[in-house]
Design a protein around this ligand. Structure first.
Ligand code: GCB
Length: 605
């Protein structure tokens, strides 16, 4: 169980959340100076914005590619009014690991770059005075933490990361930081699950508190009218005439949880909740009993200048484009996104496949190529480091599900992306991960992992663990691209026939497909990389999807062009975007818009 509450920081009559975003002092730890005293304050004057990745501000390559420790510093006044509370610094993420100091004293640390953590400063803060906060962030990659990769040292002595994954290793304080005060006796966590029958709904709740007290709940509808109330930490609220949260037609109730004793209110925490039930029946994904066909994207948190830094402006633009094109869903490839994205999806009625940062669990720098040709270590999960990796992975699953379990938008968990799954050592590893997700999620959402082409119907040892199948397939691009595309289609159908013959009675979602395209290139007849060829690849791939009834969704790779490590395979990044990195459409966006606007919501059911 996590030692701090994962509830999103909010201001209520009993709680305070002060956002510390702004310009922070910044310094690379290049080993030339004595950094052993930097916890007390870092030398120099350079300032950078938080949140943002640090890499794309700088004009010299050594800074952009810097691998190792980087230091951040800011000053905060901890108000006297917080003295009787528990006081924390809350990092929405620090990539990939961080140590936090207050006034030179260590307050805490965290490993894993895409999920929030809190460090207590209750006993260390100077109340009513200025406090110096210093954070040491490290961006090295290894095989004991996720995402996986290596850190090498060049002959000039400089370190460099070698990710086993296809996105740039952006890092730093990429999401917001908060100063948070929470009452000593407080609401710690809430588990909510739903049973829906027509308009009748049962909301089952289990509220956990820190310290004793009486729990009560009040449910308000969108007009602010009280719809129900209840007492006690566990129970069921019955609604005869519930407004359901539906796909692209969200309805959000406000649930206010209060903890009190004879002296009065101790703590109060409001949550926006959506009443909806997710289940899988045969090859259908049902939301409130109605089948839904997923249309959408694998995405990245990635944009010019900010890198992977969270930006509300970029998020807003992305949702507008997804609505314009007729999408209803996306996967948070390859890591859980900033919490604001889920709040927005809850409001817009989008469906999310939430992915833990377990990517690169396949030893290859170009896994999309090597796996298909049988290269790369085949027993990734039989290494000495596996127990450590498993612990980090289990912890990330617990943190992600605890953080995201109450979002109506989250309909499924993606527990790994393109791992090695053919060796017998994978099954026990995967089994533990899948079990953990089931154990923690009060809604028991469907679980899966995204399978690359070498995890096929006759080779993958783990697909039976999945409640639905996620396939990442690039027939017509990595396999038989260009004039050979007709052979690609034959091979694709052959694979799909093999899956069909297995009679799994589970929905299949294409969580990746597509091909790279340069927005500058047009050519008639088409060649690979031209916009015309991207259209042709999609037409072929869609034709295959349409031919199999058990295919219940398509999420193209990728929503937008994004930054990767430089190399022969990538032209200043991955260009499979339907939109450019600046969020303008390529030709293929119009093809998708036509298709997705026409496909009925319950296509093939
Ligand atoms: C994949 C990976 C994704 C890559 C993509 C590609 O299979 O999951 O991270 O970016 O292929 O474009 O090669």
């Amino acid at each position: 169980m996590l030692e701090y509450s994962m509830l999103y920081p909010v201001n209520t009559p009993t709680r305070t959340a002060v956002c510390l975003d702004g310009m922070w002092k910044f310094r690379l730890d290049n080993g030339h100076d004595d950094s052993s005293r930097w916890a007390h304050g870092i030398p120099g004057h350079d300032m950078i914005p938080v949140p943002a990745s640090f890499q794309d501000f700088y004009t010299d390559k050594d800074t952009r590619e810097f691998t190792g420790d980087v230091w951040y510093e800011t000053e905060i006044i901890v108000p006297m009014s917080m003295k009787d509370s528990d006081v924390f610094l809350r990092f929405s993420a620090a990539t990939h690991r961080a140590e936090v100091f207050i006034n030179g004293e260590k307050a805490g640390e965290h490993e894993g770059g895409f999920l929030p953590f809190m460090v207590s400063i209750t006993d260390k803060a100077r109340y009513g005075e200025t406090n110096k906060i210093v954070v040491k962030v490290n961006n090295e990659l290894n095989e004991t933490n996720i995402p996986c990769g290596r850190t090498i040292t060049l002959s000039n002595g400089k370190k460099m990361t070698k990710p086993y994954f296809d996105f740039y290793n952006y890092s730093g304080l990429q999401r917001s930081v908060f100063l948070v005060s929470i009452p000593k006796r407080s609401i710690f966590d809430a588990d909510l699950s739903y049973k829906v029958n027509g308009n009748v709904a049962d909301i089952t709740y289990n509220i956990r508190t820190a310290g004793e007290g009486r729990v009560s709940l009040k449910l308000f509808d969108e007009n602010g009218e009280k719809a129900a109330e209840a007492e006690g930490c566990k129970g069921t609220i019955h609604l005869e005439d519930a407004h359901l949260w539906q796909v692209l037609d969200a309805y959000l109730y406000k649930l206010v949880i209060t903890l009190s004793d004879d002296s009065g209110i101790l703590d109060t925490y409001p949550m926006e909740i959506g009443i909806r039930e997710v289940c899988i029946q045969g090859t259908d994904i049902l939301i409130n009993g109605k089948p839904v066909y997923l249309k959408g994207f694998g995405k990245h948190e990635d944009s010019d200048i900010m890198g992977r830094g969270f930006s509300r402006a970029v998020m807003k633009r992305d949702f507008e484009l997804m609505k314009w094109i007729g999408a209803n869903s996306f996967r948070t490839s390859h890591y859980p996104y900033d919490e604001e994205t889920y709040i927005m999806a809850d409001r817009e009625g989008f469906l999310i496949i939430d992915e833990v940062p377990a990517v690169g669990l396949f030893e290859s720098l170009v896994n999309f190529l090597d796996a298909g040709t049988g290269k790369g270590a085949s027993s990734f999960f039989a290494k000495e480091t596996t127990p450590q990796l498993l612990n980090a992975h289990l912890k990330a699953v617990e943190e992600m599900i605890t953080r995201d379990k109450n979002h109506p938008s989250v309909i499924a968990w993606s527990l790994l992306n393109e791992p090695e799954s053919k060796d017998e050592s994978s099954l026990p590893y995967f089994t533990k991960i899948f079990r953990k997700a089931l154990e923690i999620d009060p809604q028991k959402r469907p679980r899966s992992f995204a399978m690359e082409v070498s995890s096929g119907p006759d080779t993958c040892r783990c697909y039976q663990l999945c409640d639905f199948i996620e396939l990442n397939r690039y027939y017509g691009w990595y396999i038989k691209g260009g004039y050979e595309i007709s052979d690609a289609e034959v091979m694709f159908r052959r694979e799909m026939d093999q899956w069909k013959a297995k009679n799994l009675s589970k929905p299949f979602i294409f969580t990746e497909y597509g091909g790279d395209t340069l927005s500058s290139e047009h050519k008639l007849p088409s060649v690979m990389w031209s916009q015309e060829y991207q259209d042709e690849v999609l037409e072929m791939q869609h034709r295959v999807f349409d031919a199999y009834d058990f295919v219940k969704g398509e999420q193209i790779w990728n929503f937008a062009d994004f930054q990767t490590t430089e190399g022969l395979m990538r032209v200043n990044g991955n260009k499979k975007g339907v939109f450019t990195r600046q969020r303008q459409p390529k030709d293929v966006a119009f093809l998708l818009r036509r298709r997705w606007k026409e496909l009925p919501s319950g296509y093939k059911s």
